[in-house]
Write a protein that binds this ligand. Sequence first.
Ligand SMILES: *Cc1c(COP(=O)(O)O)cnc(C)c1O
Length: 361
Amino acid sequence: MSSRVHNFNAGPASHPLPVLEGIQAEFLDFKGSGMSVVEVSHRSKTFEEVIEDAAARVRRLLQLDDTFHVLFLQGGASLQFAMVPMNLLPEGRSADYVNTGTWATKAIKECTIQGKMANVVASSEDKGFSYIPKEISFSPEAAYAHITSNNTIKGTQWTSFPDTGGVPLICDMSSDIMSRAFDAAPFGLIYAGAQKNLGPAGVTLVIVRQDMLERVPKDLPTMLKYSTYVAHSSMFNTPPCFAVYTIHLVLKWLEETIGGLDKMEEINREKADLLYRTIDTSEFYRGTAETESRSVMNVTFRLPTEDLEKQFVQEAAQHGLIGLKGHRSVGGCRASIYNATSLEAVKALVGFMEEFARKNG
Ligand SMILES: *Cc1c(COP(=O)(O)O)cnc(C)c1O
């Protein structure tokens, strides 16, 4: 498939090629059903096996014990910004939030919009969200503490998760879920829109701990309650079947081809190190995130001028290197190097960056 480019898009983003080929191969006749996966009933045994196996693989990959429920929702991470306080922040209590960028800011807004108390315990806004705050004092009485594990736009990432002293952590892991192994025990809820590191847009992975469900108010609309998804194994209504099916194949690839999250993390580190080394050893490129807060998933950098940045993005595209423009809110350049972006793709990008710097530096 020589017509395929190296894809550095931030989301929707690249998928593992064997997954796309697998979809293509069985698209017209799914598992001998004589129907496409987009045509089978979501209540059929065929599809039930897919969604159950997807959840089982999430469980195995993240080593979740049975206090956790693995759910598939719609509405993206953005709906979770609202559903988290709606379900988990009881009347008269407050929640701690750490503001590390655009997405965290939106999460805070969706809490306050409901007239609920979001207590911003730390923020990196003073330096343009270029770092992850340290030594945060979380409130012992907070209903939960909300963080964003990877800041897709600014290219910062928590290297380890903060100690909240027993207050349940709630985490937006949209752009780094399944990129590394971590201990899930301190988390009350984890959510991730699929389109960065899990599969196609249209489905959101939610992992919720059993004790959190006791807080869900009875008077919420059915579709906005986590307990509905738990009670109906994510099938109260029609789930996004095709997206769930694709996630299932991506997780299978992670387990069986890559060999799990430790191995995935090793590969991801190698890719990120290669890019950051290229940036650090050049006078031409400048990383925008503080060194110790740098993301392994989204590498953000600037060139000497905005004109050169524009030229860089254009010429890169001519070389089959796609999606290197920074987020429209911040400008500059960004290479998103999620799980599915190969080491070969990163090597091709590094080669191009070195040549571009030589020609234009
Ligand atoms: C992309 C992104 C979002 C928004 O996701 P939607 O699924 O489009 O709502 C939220 N948080 C983070 C960290 C993201 O990267």
